[in-house]
Design a protein around this ligand. Structure first.
Ligand SMILES: Cc1cc2nc3c(=O)[nH]c(=O)nc-3n(C[C@H](O)[C@H](O)[C@H](O)COP(=O)(O)O)c2cc1C
Length: 276
C-alpha cells in the first residue's frame, strides 16, 4: 500500500493492491482497534483528530471504520463521527473489536449508521483482549489465545475482495443485549470522569500521560495535582496507560494492579490518536 492525498481534507489515504483509494477511520483506548485498523491501511485516521476539522466530507473508493464496543455499542465519539461525517465511497466497511461478548453489535451499528444515512457493505467483529477492568484481570486476559491475527487476515481478505456481508448474530445474543441495555439503540451511555476515576496522588509522578491520552482532555495539572472532570468516552485509556498505575476505577476492578495496552501499539501512538 502507498500513501496518497485525498481532496481538500489533505488526509492520507492508502492505495490498495487492487489500486483502490482506501480511507480508514479508527477510535481506540488501549490500541486493539488501532492495531486492527493498521491491517487495513498503512495510515489509519484517528477519529478524535479528524473531528477537529470543519470539513468532514470524505471521498475514496473504500472507507472503513474500526472501533471498540462498549456495552455492545459504538463509543459516543464514533456515533458523533457517523452523524457528522459524509462518507462518499462505493464500498464501506466496519470492524468492531470486542473482548468477550459482542451480542447484536452488528445490528446496532447498522441501525445507527443507517439513521445517519450511511449504509455499510460489510460489518464484522474481531475478538481481542477484553480491556473492561470491571470484569477482567488484564494479566489473565493477555494469556488467552483469541486468534486475532487469523480473524483480521480473514477480514482484510474479505474487504480486499469488497465482500458484501454482515456477521450474523443469534436471537439469544440480541435478547441478551436488549435485556441488559434495552432496544433503543439511539440511547447513549454517558459517564463523567470525575465520578468514574480516582487518582492516587502519592503514586502520581506528574508524567502527564493521562492529560495526553484522554480524547476529551478531561485531565489537567492543577495546584492540587492532576484532576479529572468532563464527559468521558469510557475508553479507559487514562487508567490503562498510566505508567504508575495511579488511576483506578471508582468501582470494583478485578485486578487494580494489572493494566493493558496492545503489545503492537506504543503509548505515543495512543497519544497521537487521542491528544486534544
Ligand atoms: C467501558 C467498556 C465497555 C466494554 N464493553 C464490552 C462489551 O460489551 N462486550 C465486549 O465483548 N467487550 C467490551 N469491552 C472490551 C473492548 O471492547 C475491547 O477490549 C476492545 O478491543 C478494546 O479496544 P481498544 O484497545 O481499541 O480500546 C468494553 C470495554 C470498555 C472499556
Amino acid at each position: 500500500m502507498t500513501a496518497t492525498f485525498v481532496g481538500a481534507n489533505v488526509l492520507s489515504a492508502c492505495t490498495t493492491e487492487r489500486g483502490k483509494k482506501r480511507l480508514v477511520f479508527f477510535f481506540t483506548g488501549t490500541g486493539n482497534s488501532l492495531y486492527a485498523a493498521k491491517q487495513f491501511s498503512d495510515n489509519p485516521l484517528s477519529i478524535p483528530q479528524v473531528m477537529k476539522s470543519d470539513n468532514l466530507v470524505f471521498d475514496a473508493d473504500e472507507i472503513g471504520l474500526v472501533y471498540p464496543i462498549y456495552g455492545h455499542q459504538p463509543p459516543g465519539i464514533v456515533r458523533d463521527f457517523l452523524e457528522k461525517a459524509t462518507l462518499n465511497a462505493p464500498y464501506k466497511f466496519a470492524v468492531a473489536t470486542f473482548g468477550a461478548r459482542k451480542c447484536n453489535t452488528v445490528e446496532i451499528l447498522d441501525h445507527i449508521a443507517s439513521k445517519a444515512g450511511i449504509k455499510f457493505d460489510y460489518i464484522t467483529t474481531i475478538h481481542m483482549v477484553d480491556n473492561f477492568l470491571v470484569g477482567f484481570d488484564m494479566n489473565e486476559e493477555i494469556k488467552l489465545e483469541k486468534h486475532e491475527d487469523e480473524q483480521l487476515a480473514q477480514a482484510v481478505a474479505d474487504v480486499n475482495e469488497q465482500k458484501h456481508w454482515f456477521q450474523p448474530f443469534t436471537e439469544e445474543e440480541k435478547k441478551l443485549h436488549d435485556e441488559r441495555y434495552g432496544n433503543d439503540y439511539d440511547r447513549r451511555m454517558t459517564m463523567n470522569s470525575n465520578g468514574a476515576f480516582k487518582i492516587d496522588r502519592d503514586a502520581c509522578v506528574g508524567c502527564g500521560f493521562c492529560t495526553r491520552v484522554c480524547p476529551h482532555k478531561n485531565y489537567k495539572f492543577t495546584s492540587q495535582g492532576i484532576t479529572t472532570d468532563g464527559n468521558c468516552e469510557m475508553c479507559f485509556s487514562c487508567i490503562q496507560n498510566c505508567p504508575q498505575k495511579a488511576i483506578k476505577l471508582n468501582m470494583h476492578e478485578v485486578n487494580p494492579n494489572a493494566r493493558y495496552r496492545n503489545p503492537h501499539i506504543t503509548i505515543n501512538e495512543i497519544v497521537r490518536a487521542n491528544m486534544q
